[in-house]
Write a new protein. Structure first.
Length: 257
């Protein structure tokens, strides 16, 4: 009797250990799924340092508007890429049953074919016909053009404000009205705005490239399709981003280096 109880007792431990392993497996799965979405977010938005920046209390109204509009513009629409990363994580962890496999799967899901490929795959899942897919893509780029126009207006306001700030700081410092520390703070604020604007332009160019690549891939998959309207929207977006860079260059003071 004692031996049988001992056998039953020892039989329980593998079951408990198996359940523990499954719980660990499930936890890893959710962690890697979240990490996969984060991975795509980092790839899509570039620096990502602007998130929540509009909450800074010492911003001027113009700076706050610039940050809010930049956040809206650089809030990406590549849900397909995010789902691709999560799908890759799922497949990786189910096949390899470990966190490393999930990480590899997530990277594969996000990067296989690039963000443009995942974006197109998402449109194919949403719409059955290529005409509908293309219309949705055109609408996406048009939305970005509207947001880019708003962003340009905000950038112009901040640049105009910073140019006045620089001129005043230079004059006050030359006249001995402010000390070097205060002057340096003013210069730093302008430099920070310039760096922020340049980072947003870099992220905008990444979005433009994905749209351009998506158009090329769509045309290859659907030869003979009229892409004029889509291409026109993408070209317009490129021009708007180039203009953003021109606006940024207007903050040109020797003190900024």
């Amino acid at each position: 009797m004692e031996r049988r109880m001992s056998r039953r007792g020892t039989a329980r431990f593998p079951i408990c250990r198996s359940l523990g392993d499954e719980m660990t497996f499930i936890k890893r799965f959710f962690v890697m799924a979240v990490a996969a979405v984060f991975l795509v977010g980092c790839q899509t938005t570039g620096s990502g340092s602007y998130l929540g920046a509009s909450d800074e209390p010492d911003m001027s109204p113009a700076e706050r508007t610039m940050h809010e509009r930049s956040e809206a513009f650089n809030r990406t629409i590549w849900e397909g890429a995010a789902m691709g990363a999560v799908g890759g994580a799922i497949m990786g962890i189910l096949i390899g049953r470990d966190a490393k496999s999930a990480a590899i799967g997530a990277a594969a899901g996000a990067l296989a074919g690039g963000l443009a490929g995942n974006y197109l795959a998402n449109k194919q899942q949403q719409y059955a016909h290529k005409e509908q897919q293309l219309d949705a893509m055109i609408a996406d780029v048009h939305t970005k053009n509207v947001q880019a126009k708003q962003m340009v207006s905000a950038l112009e306001d901040v640049v105009a404000e910073d140019r006045k700030r620089l001129a005043l700081a230079n004059k006050q410092y030359e006249d001995g009205l402010i000390k070097k520390a205060e002057y340096d703070r003013e210069i730093k604020d302008v430099k920070d705005n310039r760096a922020y604007i340049d980072s947003q332009i870099a992220d905008a160019r990444k979005q433009h490239k994905v749209f351009k690549d998506a158009g090329n891939e769509f045309q290859k998959a659907n030869p003979g399709t009229d892409m004029k309207k889509y291409d026109s929207e993408v070209e317009e977006l490129g021009r708007r981003i180039d203009y953003m860079a021109k606006v940024s260059d207007e903050i040109s003071d020797p003190s900024l280096g």
